[in-house]
Design a protein around this ligand. Sequence first.
Ligand code: ZN
Length: 333
Amino acid sequence: MRNSNSAIIGIDLGGTNLRFALLDMSGTILIRDRQPTEIDRGKDALLHRLTAGIAGIRDKAAGIGLKVRAIGAGAPGLILKDGTILSSVNLAPLEGLNLRSYLELQSGLPVTVANDANAAAYGEKSFGAGKPFSSFLLLTIGTGVGSGLILDNKVWTGADGLAAEYGHATIVPDGRSCPCGNKGCLEQYASANAIVLSALEAVQLGRGGPLASYSTGEITAETVARHAFAGDPLSLEIFNEAGRFLGIAAASIVNLLNIEAILIGGGVARSFGLLAGPMLRELSARAYNAIAARVKIISGALGDDAGCIGSAVLAMNSITRLNRLRLYKKQGE
Ligand SMILES: [Zn+2]
């Protein structure tokens, strides 16, 4: 679709923030909007704000002479290919909802729905740090660990759309319990929550240093990162451990897939400098040399925009495919 007045809405429906972006057909963000998700106010309230947000962006688009052609939305959890939210720890009240049908009905536009990390991976592939690579894994490290897999330039979604839940790869048998039902998942050792938990455990064991001066609810992953950057041995050790676990997980994935890069995105990516070293060391020690030597561990380039951009590009591709199909059918008539 080459219409210069066309635009796409990308939505990132996160556990914490609900982000909207209006993109032109070259992938440039023209308008952004962000509000708290506040899922505790219930499903109806969230859906209302979602549709109101879309209407607001469409109005603004019209104001600058643009017509919205499609909507792409990313959401955390297991998202089936038809757009149904099968399960979502962060957005539990939306479980069972076909978000795609709902938004299509509300907006009258074609809608694409994907897992948020899959969408973010596609965003990085299209306009970010993933551009030079045909195959890579994006790990989004925030409250949890999400992942999106690009194989041969396409998002790998698996048989049902549920692929690339690499945050739930087991790295410690019988380790910390995970909300997914498993024990010892990567997410329990490398996420922001995991870093906080490790800090609390160390303080409870009587380890000294600056972390011991905080009360339980005060320690965040940023606190630990700040002290690690300042040279606190305990904080450094906690990030080293998280990086080591990421490296253990990464070694399996590169041996399996021979990908070119692992991108780190999400909030904890701001601590990339603390994680990348131990991650690469562990990866190199465990994976085949020939496979490990070519893998680049780099930071994502799109930051918090990756999800919105990727969702919008997936929607853009989907309407381009639809238009080609219509043209093909027309020619065959
Ligand atoms: Zn898990």
